[in-house]
Write a protein of this length. Structure first.
Length: 548
């Protein structure tokens, strides 16, 4: 709490210093800003606790359930040392318990059924936790019977969640989302553990309440995986400040994918379907939510341009239309008063540097109040059905290497294309015949800087990505290697510079996917592009194939 108050004070001083940048207080305020940030990070680390503390009760829980049901179940836990803010740890404790009970009771089959299916008698439930792009990923996996998608279809129609003639437009992932609807259950028997249709909707709402998302993956006869993505902390968050009807609101950046400005000339990209508005964003339709209408604010004169905040809600995306977009700030989350706690559109409130109190929006609550995301998904699928195959291919997970190339944004390359990562002494790099060379493994390795403006001798050790194809190799010189991450690559823009395939959001940061073919041909003009490079370019870039 004291650190939160310090951050509020820091924000107020920053606000005052920004009015007069030439003030004698500008440098002291900058120093205070840095010290406050360091102190904040140190204190936040003390709030972190290993997730293993929440898992400690799971072995006994699974053992008791196995004994009462006559099953043999093994529990495997990985990543117990992954740390979370204790506030989040408390919030996910009950949802985790429910999902593990569900896996043991309904996921894992009886020993007889497993023998009949050709499986070992002992079923396995896995708990896995790891960090990914500023979030913590939790996975609960079982090797049980999985979920019968056809059964989910039937139940969804019976309960009136979807019309039978609309089912053909739904993907398997969209059908599985019905499992999180209140009262939904495919269980053929009700036990004292599960099967009543209560629980999974509570799990979803509990996770979304702390800014997380839940994704269900399942294959009949093979098992199921529940993937939870949650923020590291809730006390102090980075937020985007927006203006709506002369009011200012904060939107937590954890759920913001990108910002889009629609000019008056681009208004034709906004389409109306069943009374709802959609924006055509890169050949897909994005349902739009007007914050003015949702919050029942007095509308001001319509601006010539639209500002759209693209938000992620589970596997679905939607756009919030606002009047103005200001800047981002670190804000201290304060609870809302009891008189407005029932309003699901708000996640809390905060105090700005100028002393104003503003509301923090809960994008999940805003979306649920304005959209039927299942219906919207059907509408989108029907309108862009021709692009579905390409879109699903785009969402395949790919391991990529993130590096700094000396540009304004991070750069990335598929890990499968890299043979080795090296650090080469700059003193060993020579320039001859119009190119950089270095002795490497008994031969000469041509080096190509990823940025033509790079000073190859500015660093004592130069990071190099080595590409190989048979007996040929070349090195791509970079400024710094950052991380290896696994992401679902969705291109959000084309490359506007030679050597760039396109732009993606990777680990929460805008990153450029480089065209490795462009660089290897600088080293070896006759180097034929390997087949896996061609396949990757087709996978991530649709019809644009830059291979020769």
């Amino acid at each position: 709490n004291l650190v939160g108050e310090l951050v509020l004070g820091r924000n107020q001083l920053n606000q005052l210093a920004s009015v007069d940048e030439a003030s004698v207080f500008a440098k002291p305020v900058q120093h205070l800003n840095r010290v406050t940030t360091d102190l904040q990070e140190a204190v936040m680390r003390t709030r972190m606790q290993p997730i293993g503390t929440a898992w400690s009760k799971m072995p006994r829980l699974v053992r008791d359930l196995a004994q009462s049901s006559g099953k043999t179940i093994a529990l495997e836990m990985h990543g117990q040392d992954t740390e979370l803010d204790r506030q989040i740890l408390q919030a996910i404790s009950d949802p985790l318990t429910h999902m593990v009970r569900n896996s043991a009771d309904h996921g894992i089959e009886s020993p007889e059924a497993r023998r009949f299916a050709g499986k070992p008698e002992r079923g396995v439930i896995q708990l896995n936790a790891f960090h990914e792009g500023g979030h913590v990923i939790l996975e609960i996996t079982d090797d049980g019977a999985g979920i019968d998608v056809e059964r989910v279809r039937q139940k969804a129609v019976e309960r009136g969640l979807v019309k039978a003639d609309a089912l053909s437009n739904l993907t398997e992932a969209q059908i599985l989302r019905f499992v999180f609807e209140p009262g939904f259950s495919t269980a053929e028997r009700i036990t004292n553990v599960s099967g009543r249709g209560v629980g999974m909707d509570v799990v979803r709402s509990s996770i979304e309440k702390i800014g997380g998302t839940v994704e269900l993956l399942s294959k009949k006869g093979k098992g199921s995986t529940i993937r939870i993505k949650i923020p590291l902390t809730l006390a102090i968050v980075s937020a985007l400040l927006v203006g709506v009807a002369n009011e200012v609101f904060a939107i937590p950046q954890i759920g913001v994918i990108e910002l889009v400005r629609v000019t008056e000339e681009q208004r034709g990209k906004i389409e109306v379907l069943h009374g709802s508005r959609y924006f055509r964003l890169r050949d897909s339709l994005l349902p739009l939510v007007s914050l003015t209408s949702t919050l029942k604010l007095a509308a001001i004169d319509e601006c010539a341009d639209y500002n759209i905040i693209v938000c992620q809600l589970g596997a679905a995306r939607f756009g919030l239309t606002v009047d103005e977009v200001f800047d981002t700030q670190e804000i201290v989350v304060k609870p809302v008063g009891r008189l407005v706690k029932h309003l699901t559109a708000y996640a809390g409130c905060t105090i700005l540097g100028d002393g104003r109190v503003i509301m923090i929006l809960d994008t999940t609550g805003v979306a649920n109040a304005s959209l039927d995301l299942t219906t919207d998904a059907r509408a989108v699928d029907a309108l862009v059905k021709a692009n579905d195959k390409e879109d699903r291919a785009t969402l395949q997970r790919e391991s990529v290497l993130l590096f700094d190339g000396g540009y304004e944004v991070m750069q990335a390359v598929p890990l499968s294309l890299i043979a080795r990562l090296e650090e080469i002494p700059s003193a060993d790099i020579a320039f001859a015949g119009g190119r950089f060379l270095v002795e490497y493994r008994g031969g000469l390795l041509p080096l190509v800087p990823v940025n033509p403006a790079m000073d190859m001798r500015a660093k004592v050790m130069r990071p190099v990505l080595v590409f190989s194809d048979g007996d040929r190799s070349m090195g791509l010189a970079v400024e710094e290697i950052h991380d290896i991450v696994e992401e679902q690559l969705r291109f959000e823009g084309h490359g506007h510079r030679t050597g760039v395939l396109g732009v993606c959001t990777i680990a929460g940061r805008i990153s450029e996917i480089i065209d490795s073919d462009h660089y290897v041909r600088q080293a070896h003009p006759k180097w034929v592009v390997a087949q896996d490079v061609k396949e990757f370019q087709k996978l991530t870039h649709g019809t644009q194939d830059k291979a020769a």
